[in-house]
Design a protein around this ligand. Structure first.
Ligand code: ADP
Ligand code: ZN
Ligand code: ZN
Length: 736
């Protein structure tokens, strides 16, 4: 035995194989060696080629390939004592990497704020904190009744025991007041970095509204033990937010924290104010408008349990939150939940998975639920909760169509809409004009009779591509130059649908030079700050025209708007995009819901060339539900989501034929598997961008697993960037 001991002491210290998610085009974690075991979720500096990069240790369960120990490189530096990502988040990240088939590490890095990705310490900055002294904990605040302010601050602090100065300030308390109480020995003030969790007080700072019956029923049903998914379908203004607030209050009472996801542009100061007004406990906010430092600090505070509520946009779904008790997704149908580049994940789907893993209730709320969520609610996978009345008892707006074939029009603005705009402005009200511009494929159509150019071979409309002046069928690839004369009425007024809105806007400002125009589009309100500035302008007195695109439809409350005009809804009818009709119905309903939220009943005018199209009928009667059921039937017939599974492979190249031929090869490979259906290659709806030609391949299957198995090997056969073609897979695409 002594000999044996001698022998082992000669061996190198035992080395551990550590799996690390490393940035780069890898489908798996890489393996490094280290002289100690490391938990998952720890950042390490490691060599990669000639560089040093930061990676994250991943779970033991992730498979590794064959290892040749002599080739393993050593970890250079371990950056964290404690994991920065808890198991709950690591599990999600691992799943996302496999499901979305993007670079393995991307989901792990997505979960971290930028500064932590770069290797900064996972620590909070020093902050002014107010902490109760034992005397402060013990005091009966009745004794302070001579100073209402002091009493209020103590009432605020006692249930939490400690709070940061910014949080106290949000609730109207200042440092001078705190210092007075410090002199009385009731609290202490320090300027330190505290990293411990804060007690959840579950106190409210305003009285909640009394719920109506529908709201009360929804509230009772959506809270439950364990994983309880619900769809809260409530018409615009039905008081969904009030239901969320009360559900959160219940969650806090159980000593648990809540996560609220909102659409990208929906997270405005107004939204946050509404939450802060209600709760004593601290709330952190995570969105793209924060500086890297703010984001890192807010993220850490959430992770350390210093906020009872986390409100954030898409990527906040991956925020570590100890004792999570509830997840809410507001406007769950919103497209901004789906990331459209690099890791193309859907935050709603990740949130569902998270709720399931952490065994907590999750509420998906919307006036216009996505077909996916609706499908689950109808077949009982989600509880289906409905709010059918506006909470204030206010009537929904009158909705009316304007038949454009029979209207005098200038630049696409009908006489009728113009007259109505003037009336509402004269009454001192605001008018909201909605332009349906982005993301829709224009059809080639006749302005006089509504005729549309169809494919010769398919039951489909052609899509107009401006850059090469061709009308192309997105089902079979047939193409032809746009015809000049209408075969139906012989008019020469043929054009691509949806053009001309810019001119119309100019025209409108010429007609009404004295009326302020508040514009929301990607040029004017591209940053969060600009968007909020525009939003603030709408709060001013007096007539105004609010004009803009999709971003206006996101749950904002325009108190003074009495007329909503929808300029060009039709493009959604004919687009080749899978979700165009669904989105059209959602937009129409949401935009109409912006009207008449104040005292006066609203009006909605929709300009259309197809007033008799049955798809509009339910929408005109505020019946999104029937509209959606109709679309679900259509999806069922065509085996599209949620009845089948879909992925898109997109390729782009400066040489059109390269992108196309690579997709052809892939199509051939996929087709011989026999387990998936393949459509394409087709030119993308936006077929040329930044000098690159874009093609796509649509892959469909009735089984999710078959789709994944078919796509999985593609990365091995085709490098992502090669032969001047770059390509990616989009699983569950939001658009084609
Ligand atoms: P949603 O989120 O469904 O659009 P909100 O929660 O914003 O609706 O509510 C719309 C309006 O109705 C708000 O002004 C809100 O204060 C009011 N409201 C909500 N619930 C009630 C209620 N139970 N009683 C009275 N007013 C309510
Ligand atoms: Zn015609
Ligand atoms: Zn065709």
């Amino acid at each position: 035995i002594p000999e044996l001991l001698q022998l082992t002491s000669l061996l190198p210290k035992s080395l551990h194989h550590i799996k690390i998610a490393v940035p780069g085009p890898f489908q798996e974690p890489l393996i490094y060696q280290h002289d100690q075991a490391l938990a998952a979720g720890i950042r390490c500096k490691v060599p990669l080629g000639r560089r040093q990069v930061i990676g994250i240790t991943v779970d033991e369960n992730t498979p590794t390939g064959d290892i040749d120990p002599s080739k393993l490189k050593a970890i250079i530096e371990v950056l964290d004592q404690q994991p920065v990502l808890p198991n709950s988040i690591l599990t999600l990240a691992d799943w996302m990497s496999r499901y979305y088939q993007h670079e393995f590490s991307s989901s792990y890095f997505l979960a971290l704020p930028a500064l932590l990705r770069k290797g900064e310490a996972a620590t909070l900055k020093a902050e002014t904190w107010l902490t109760l002294t034992p005397a402060g904990e013990a005091i009966d605040i009745e004794q302070l009744k001579r100073s209402a302010k002091q009493q209020a601050l103590m009432a605020f602090l006692q249930p939490q025991q400690r709070c940061s100065m910014p949080h106290a300030r949000d609730h109207g308390f200042d440092l001078t007041l705190a210092k007075t109480l410090e002199k009385k020995g009731l609290l202490s003030i320090d300027n330190l970095a505290h990293h411990d969790a804060i007690k959840i007080s579950a106190e409210l700072s305003e009285t909640p509204l009394t719920l109506n019956n529908e709201q009360q029923q929804a509230l009772t049903q959506l809270t439950g033990e364990g994983f309880t998914p619900s769809l809260l379908e409530g018409v615009t203004g039905s008081g969904k937010t009030e239901v969320y607030l009360q559900a959160i209050a219940d969650c806090l009472k159980n000593n648990k924290r809540a996560l609220v996801l909102v659409p990208e542009i929906g997270l405005t100061p107004q939204t946050v104010r509404r939450f802060r007004q209600r709760f004593v406990d601290d709330i952190v906010v995570l969105h793209s408008g924060l500086s890297d430092l703010q984001r890192q600090q807010n993220w850490l505070r959430a992770a350390f349990g210093q906020a009872a509520i986390v409100i954030g946009t898409r990527s906040a779904v991956l925020t570590p939150i100890p004792d999570l008790g509830l997840i809410i997704i507001d406007e769950e149908h919103d497209q901004s939940y789906k990331q459209q580049d690099s890791l193309r994940y859907h935050a709603r789907d990740i949130a569902i998975l998270r709720a399931k893993n952490e065994a907590v209730p999750i509420v998906l709320g919307s006036a216009t639920p996505s077909l996916e969520s609706l499908h689950h609610a109808i077949n009982g996978r989600y509880r289906y909760l409905q709010l059918n009345q506006r909470a204030t008892g206010q009537a929904l707006p009158y909705v009316e169509t304007v038949d454009m074939r029979q209207q005098q029009q200038q630049h696409g603005l009908s006489e009728k809409l113009l007259i109505r705009i003037k009336e509402h402005l004269n009454d001192g009200n605001q008018v909201l004009l909605f332009l349906n511009r982005r993301g829709y494929a224009p059809s080639w159509f006749c302005e006089d009779c509504g005729w549309i150019a169809d494919c010769v071979y398919c039951d489909a409309h052609l899509t107009h591509h401006r850059h090469n002046n061709l009308n192309i069928c997105h089902h079979c690839g047939f193409q032809q130059p746009p015809i000049k004369q209408c075969p139906n009425c012989h008019s020469h007024s043929l054009t691509a649908m949806g053009t001309g809105t810019e001119r119309a806007e100019e025209f409108l400002s010429q007609c009404l030079p004295d009326v302020p125009m508040i514009r929301f589009d990607s040029n004017i309100a591209s940053t969060r700050k600009q968007f909020e500035e525009q939003l603030a302008k709408t709060e001013a007195e007096g007539p105004a025209i609010i004009i803009g695109t999709q971003m206006l439809a996101k749950g904002h409350h325009f108190e003074r708007v009495t007329l909503v005009g929808i300029w060009d809804i039709d493009s959604g009818l004919f687009s080749a995009d899978l979700r165009a009709k669904e989105r059209m119905g959602q937009l129409l309903t949401q935009v109409a819901g912006r009207s008449g939220r104040g005292k006066r009943r609203g009006e909605v005018l929709i300009q259309t060339y197809y007033p008799d199209n049955p798809i509009y009928t339910p929408l005109l009667q505020h019946d999104y539900r029937s509209f959606a059921h109709e679309l679900l039937q259509e999806r069922k017939r065509t085996r599209l989501p949620p009845f089948g599974y879909l992925a898109v492979i997109r390729a782009d190249s400066a040489h059109a034929e390269r992108a196309e031929s690579q997709l052809k090869e892939m199509a051939t490979y996929l087709l011989q598997l026999g387990s998936v259906r393949v459509l394409g290659p087709l030119p993308a709806l936006l077929s040329r961008r930044a000098g690159k030609f874009r093609y796509l391949l649509i892959v469909q299957s009735d089984k999710r697993s078959q789709l994944h198995e078919a796509l999985n090997p593609l990365h091995k056969h085709y490098p992502r960037e090669a032969k001047q073609v770059s390509w990616h897979i989009d699983i569950d695409p939001a658009e084609l």
